[in-house]
Structure formats: C-alpha cells, structure tokens
Design a protein around this ligand. Structure first.
Ligand SMILES: C[S@@+](CC[C@H](N)C(=O)[O-])C[C@H]1O[C@@H](n2cnc3c(N)ncnc32)[C@H](O)[C@@H]1O
Length: 319
C-alpha cells in the first residue's frame, strides 16, 4: 500500500489504522455504511464551518441566538470555578458565548476527533482568552475513559452543541450520555443543543443546499479514502444523497454510485452497483418529550430548557 506511514506520529498512525479498519468493515457488509466521525478530517472540519454559514442551514444561527440569550443563566446554573468540557468542539465558536459568561472558569477541555483542527482551535483560544487553561483532548468521545487530571476538583460542565447528538442513533446517544455522566461526575451537568422536529421541506433544504457545500462535505470522505487509504474513488461518479425519513424522524445521508463500478480501497476491491448507496450520516430530530426521555435513559434530568420563538432548536441544561 502506497501510504507514507513513516511520516505519521503515533496518534495519527492510530487514527489511520482505525479509519482503514472501519472503512473496510463498512464497505464489506450490506447495507454499506461508514461511521460519520470519519467525515471530519481537516478539510471536513473546514467544510462543516462553511455549512454553518449557509442560508439554508438554520441550526447554527438558531442555536447561537438561543445561547446568546441564555449564556448568563447557564453560567449561574454552573456556578463559579467550573471546568467546561466540550464534546465535538470543532472550531469552538459558540463556546465563546459560554467562555465569556462563565465566572472564574477553571479550564476549557475541547474534545474532538479532528486532531489538527482541534490543535489549531486551541492555539486561537489561548491567544484570545489570556490566562484561560485550554486542555484539548483528541479522540473519539464514544470511547473516552478519562479527562485531564488538571480539572480534578472542579465541577465539570459538559457542552454538546450543534445537535451532534443527532448524529448518534438513539441507542448510541444513551450510551454517550451514560459515559458523559460518569466522566462529568455526580455533581456535574451537561448543556445539550438539539435540533427539533419540523417541516420536512425545511429539513430537506438544510441538507441539500443550493451551493452544494453539504455535497462537498459528504464527498470529502471519498477524497479522504483516496488520500489516506490509497483508494481510487472517481469523485465525478458518486453523488451526495440526503433526505428526511419521517417515520424514523431523521435525515439520512449517503454517497450514491452513478454507475456500476469497481473501486480499490487499501488493497481491496469493492464493486458498486449503479444507484447503490453507502450510508455516512444520520441527523436525528427530537421533540421536547423525546429529549426528556433520552436524557432520563442516559442518567440525566432536565433542569432548564430554552428554545427560539419558532421552536426550531432547543438548548437544555441536564443535571
Ligand atoms: C456537527 S459538528 C459540530 C461542531 C461544533 N460543536 C458546532 O456546534 O458547530 C461535529 C463535531 O464533532 C466532532 N466529532 C464527530 N464525531 C466525533 C467523535 N466520535 N468523537 C469526537 N469528536 C467527534 C467533529 O470532528 C466535529 O467537530
């Protein structure tokens, strides 16, 4: 395999091995699927930031507006001297509203699988927040067993915005919450951003933007496989395919083969039929009762919740 493994440090090498294993397993079974976390290499993270700016993509600006209004309430509920632990932190843009509001923050711990993007974000935050302790953790939050010892002794407030919880199946979301509850400890809390069920057309538009940025984001996974797994996907022979499945209450995203074709990935050959889809992402939408039920199964209860006037999105404070 013609991949420059020697140029990678141990962390990046382990990431590459996980990627190869999960892609080969996901393409080797039917229906085919690749875990959504692999959409986020450096380019994927930058494309996600571009998606957040799209006119059709209401979640980011709606959640930002809610947080702008409730950041002081969150800071009061959290109390002074906390550690803020963010799951899937990306560019930590909305986080700044909490960093500005929280009193005597002990540390900020951003967790993200997109290693280089996480490191670059940490550098920017240290520059912009003089004196703030920023302790990034690079890895999969579904597997994380410990947080940096530097936050021992501080109340741990988790933050999981962006409706990233919607990328998990409800079963995975419960496992995530149970793990978060252990890591955040009995006196901790979790601030969760959740996209609400709404008009299917609005949902459809949000994941099929006119500028095609969401399509680039999905197809970036093929580029990543070409680069990191010595694959030879023809990017013009696959398309982004996203729709709302109303019965399941979720957006489903795939890449779809435009023709019958054979592709090499990490030394293996895979045949794709014309029209065959490979699943890359879900985005589950919840109603308010569903959020409460999910929180309860994950070991939390809702202390406060906030929404926007059109009830597109919810932010909840779970204890
Ligand atoms: C939908 S984006 C949200 C980014 C940001 N929090 C926001 O609200 O705009 C999801 C983020 O979670 C990260 N991510 C996805 N799956 C992950 C996983 N299993 N473990 C750690 N980070 C993950 C991605 O790299 C990405 O930065």
């Amino acid at each position: 395999m013609n991949v420059p493994l020697l140029a990678l440090d141990d962390g990046a090498l382990a990431d590459r091995n996980d990627f190869r294993r999960d892609v080969l397993a996901g393409l080797g079974r039917y229906p085919r699927a690749i875990p959504a976390k692999y959409l986020y290499d450096s380019r994927g993270s930058a494309l996600f930031d571009a998606i957040c700016e799209l006119p059709e993509y209401y979640p980011t600006r709606t959640e930002t507006a809610i947080l702008r209004d409730c950041a002081d309430d969150i800071a009061r509920l959290a109390g002074p001297g906390c550690a803020l632990v963010e799951y899937g932190s990306g560019s930590s843009v909305k986080t700044r509203l909490l960093l500005d509001a929280m009193v005597d923050l002990h540390a900020y711990v951003p967790i993200d699988i997109s290693r280089q993007h996480l490191d670059a974000t940490a550098v920017r935050l240290r520059h912009d927040y003089d004196g703030l302790r920023v302790d990034p953790v690079s890895g999969d939050y579904m597997k994380l067993d410990a947080l940096p010892p530097a936050i021992n002794g501080a109340r741990r407030i988790g933050f999981f915005p962006g409706s990233t919880i919607g990328n998990l199946t409800p079963e995975e979301a419960i496992l995530f919450l149970r793990r978060a509850r252990r890591l955040l400890r009995a006196d901790g809390a979790l601030v969760l951003g959740v996209d609400l069920r709404k008009d299917p057309q609005r949902l459809h538009a949000a994941y099929n933007d006119a500028a095609g940025v969401t399509a680039q984001f999905t197809l970036n996974l093929l580029r990543r496989m070409n680069r990191e797994l010595d694959a030879n996907f023809d990017l013009s022979a696959f398309v982004h395919d996203a729709f709302y499945n109303e019965a399941e209450g979720r957006i489903e995203i795939y890449f779809r083969s435009l023709r019958h074709q054979e592709v090499r990935v990490a030394g293996r050959r895979f045949v794709f039929a014309e029209g065959e889809r490979v699943h890359t992402e879900y985005s589950y939408k919840y109603d308010e009762a569903g959020i409460g039920a999910l929180a309860g199964k994950g070991g939390f209860s809702i202390e406060r919740s906030w929404t926007d006037p059109a009830r597109l999105f919810a932010v909840v404070f779970l204890k």
